[in-house]
Design a protein around this ligand. Structure first.
Ligand code: PLP
Length: 378
């Protein structure tokens, strides 16, 4: 089967770049290809594309352009936030959750010999226990709290306004990994005043791979992990990825123009998908939160134990349907997902993560259900 005819339900891992985004990028590779640090017109054109993008992002997030630092994506942004908090803010403790992305968990583990690392309790839906969180914040001044805005595997959304209000009462810096929510939900950083750092990544909203940004609130000290030139307010040395920045800006512009429409369409598609799955497989279990507490883009499900369990994503792939076994970063390994483990899901129930975009259709949902029926009827 030609890849163009295949069905893609793995949009939380990465999304197809939109044609308009691709066309926006080309001039910065072919015409205005100067180094943005050069003072001639080729450089100035490139620099101007970067600054226009920064301004647009700041307008959308309701923050200042100088608070946006371009990075290579979510992983680097998360690293930059954590390493900055440790080296520049003199924190003593990092508070996080076992359900975070590996880009957080591995980075905080790096400091396990020198700092106090604490994990907030979560329930079986992946929801943070807010009273436990408050106790941790109270007992551990000078800490960094890093909690994701929404979980990339099980779709559970953090009540970010409540956490924002909670951290206001304590001596704590707050970082949120918004990789799965930025451009899918509106985020207003002038309301969420107690967020010091926020990470985003373009390939999760139909922009290019290898580009993202970290919001660093004015007055919050940070350090560069990459030493060299003075780019990005000396916080990220190296020639900027101009075409990718311009592409990300275009993807953001389109996402925001279509935000309501996409939200409505994808939410209804997720509802149809859920209903059809349950009517075909009544014993099915949903991993993570449901309804408003859950991302409208992700559905993580487990089926009762079955002989074909190891093979589920592989069997679907053979039928031309791409899904994920959990987080893309851990797929390929046979290990049970750290997120599913943290919420106590059973590892003998074969699970898949289905993640949707506005480009998916009801026909594709129907083909998925038919394919699953064939696999489980074998
Ligand atoms: N954080 C979350 C929640 C993610 O879903 C991902 C990607 O899977 C990342 C971080 C890493 O982002 P990137 O692929 O841009 O490094």
């Amino acid at each position: 089967m030609d890849i163009k005819e295949k069905i893609y339900f793995d949009n939380a891992a990465s999304t197809p770049i939109l044609e308009e985004v691709m066309y926006e990028m080309i001039p910065y590779m072919r015409i205005a290809y100067g180094n943005p640090s050069s003072t001639h017109s080729f450089g100035r054109e490139a620099k101007s594309a970067i600054e226009i993008s920064r301004k647009n992002i700041a307008r959308i997030l309701n923050c200042k352009p100088a608070e946006i630092i371009f990075t290579s994506g979510g992983t680097e942004s998360n690293n930059l936030a954590i390493h900055s908090a440790v080296s520049a803010l003199d924190i003593k403790t990092i508070i996080s959750a076992k359900t975070e992305h590996k880009a957080i968990l591995k980075t905080i583990e790096f400091y396990s010999d020198t700092l106090n690392i604490l994990y907030v309790d979560i329930n079986s839906k992946g929801e943070v226990d807010l009273s436990h969180l408050e106790n941790l914040l109270k007992e551990n001044p000078k800490s960094l709290l890093t909690l994701m805005h929404a979980n990339n595997e099980i779709s559970t959304i953090l009540p970010i306004e409540k956490v924002n209000d909670l951290v206001a009462k304590y001596d704590v810096y707050f970082h949120t990994d918004a990789v799965q929510t930025f451009c899918h939900y509106k985020i207003d950083l002038s309301d969420l005043k107690n967020i010091q750092f926020l990470s985003a990544s373009a390939h999760k909203f139909h922009g290019p791979k290898g580009i993202g940004f970290l919001f660093i609130r004015k007055g919050t000290k940070a350090i560069s992990m990459i030493k060299g030139g003075a780019q990005e307010r000396q916080l990220r040395a190296g020639t900027e990825n101009v075409s990718a920045i311009a592409g990300m800006n275009k993807a953001i512009e389109i996402a925001y123009n279509e935000l309501e429409e996409r939200t409505k369409y994808i939410s209804s598609l997720k509802n149809i998908l859920t209903e059809k799955l349950f009517s075909a497989f009544p014993e099915l279990k949903i991993n993570g939160a449901e309804g408003e507490q859950s991302l409208y883009t992700i559905l993580n499900i487990s089926f009762p134990p079955h002989d074909n369990r190891e093979m589920l994503p592989f069997s679907l792939d053979l039928k031309g349907i791409a899904v994920s076994e959990g987080s893309a970063c851990s797929s390929g390994s046979t290990q049970f997902s750290h997120v599913l483990k943290a919420i106590g899901s059973r590892d003998d129930w074969p699970g898949i993560r289905l993640s949707l975009s506005h480009l998916n259709t009801i026909e594709e949902v129907e083909q998925l259900i038919d394919a699953l029926k064939e696999i489980f009827e074998k």
